[in-house]
Design a protein around this ligand. Structure first.
Ligand code: NAG
Ligand code: NAG
Length: 340
């Protein structure tokens, strides 16, 4: 009787210790103290769980249109691929892009629904680049971009390598009036994954889509180029510029005066965003003074984009001729050609 009692006592003690340990463990895992539970965090910021890596991932993303990789695009992309053998390269086709968004953004049904329902190719292509960079990081390049100068690993000054969460470049900066509306070009973007600035771009595009569909009383799938009016503002360079600067203002607690980030002659770190001077990614649309001691041109844009027609790009189902030589014109300030 005595022996049995003692045995029961030992069992109870062991069970009690085990329970306490499990509860303590769960308490720590779930962070059940004064912080919100992971479920609340998940609802608000679904993609902020993973820790950002210390460098921008060595991966170049390209999106293929319905016509695949043409000879010219192969030539252009090869310049970057051959110069940077330590970079992984992904060419993503439409269907793979769709499948990617559906899978990776499953806990943001608003993003998946908007993305999947967009029927204008350029809007979808723009949104896809931000979604992939937010989720994986790396480099986004359009197919009509060539790499010039040194390998990518040498582009970011050593002292900024860890701090630079995002690398953007001015499209129109040197040679332009201080009052000229400046924009980051979007044919070449570099980012660590989970950059809040990139999520701001995505959220603002979703809001823009909601606004437009409400204004015209249409479904997302019925949104067309006439309703969108200005792709540059809606999903392009102006959208990225406004959203990134807005997000930086929130994280830094104050807006940045334009004088601090315009007429750049060297890369400028603003918070965790490295702004490259006009000559780096967009020499052709900048009028930089030749006598200044500037750094090298890093990429060149060849303006072969096929989005500038009434349908906003190549339709998947039909083959259409490429529209060569048309530049994205900056908000009606006239167009610029990369023909230096
Ligand atoms: C398109 O939008 C509708 C209505 O918002 C939604 O029910 C549907 O799931 C969306 N389609 C896709 C493929 O996400
Ligand atoms: C959407 O509409 C609201 C209200 O008019 C406006 O404040 C907001 O800036 C718009 N957002 C975008 C991204 O167009």
């Amino acid at each position: 009787m005595q022996v049995q009692n003692r045995f029961v006592n030992v069992k109870i003690i062991i069970l009690t210790i085990l329970s306490i340990s499990i509860i303590t463990l769960l308490y720590h895992i779930w962070g059940v103290n004064d912080r919100p539970s992971i479920w609340e965090i998940k609802d608000r910021l679904p993609f902020h769980r993973a820790k950002a890596p210390t460098e921008i991932p060595k991966k170049i993303w390209y999106k293929l249109g319905s016509q695949g990789l043409g000879d010219k695009a192969r030539e252009w992309t090869d310049t970057c691929i051959n110069k940077n053998p330590n970079y992984r390269v992904e060419f993503v086709r439409d269907q793979a892009a769709d499948a990617y968004v559906v899978k990776e953004y499953a806990d943001r049904p608003d993003i998946v629904e908007t993305y999947m329902n967009l029927s204008v190719p350029i809007l979808k292509a723009d949104l896809f680049r931000y979604l992939v960079l937010y989720n994986e990081g790396g480099i986004w390049s359009d197919l009509d971009v060539t790499c010039e100068g040194p390998p990518i690993d040498e582009w970011i000054p050593e002292q900024y390598k860890e701090a630079a969460g995002m690398v953007v470049g001015w499209e129109y900066d040197c040679g332009y009036e201080p009052t000229f509306i400046r924009m980051f070009q979007t044919w070449w973007l570099m980012s660590k994954p989970r950059q809040p600035h990139m999520m701001m771009v995505i959220e603002d595009i979703l809001e823009g889509v909601r606004n437009k569909t409400r204004e015209h009383n249409v479904a997302v799938s019925e949104l067309n180029m006439d309703m969108v009016e200005n792709v540059i503002k809606f999903t392009g360079p102006k959208r990225v510029t406004d959203s990134v600067l807005k997000s930086l203002e929130i994280t830094m607690g104050q807006p940045t005066p334009w004088e601090e980030i315009s007429h750049l002659e060297q890369p400028k770190l603003l918070g965790d965003v490295l702004i490259m001077p006009g000559y780096a990614f967009a020499l052709g649309s900048n009028g930089c003074q030749k006598d200044l001691d500037l750094g090298p041109q890093l990429v060149r844009h060849h303006y072969a984009g096929s989005w500038k027609n009434t349908k906003g790009g190549e339709r998947r189902e039909r083959r259409s001729p490429r529209h060569l030589g048309v530049a994205r014109s900056p908000l009606g300030h006239g167009s610029a050609q990369d023909g230096e």
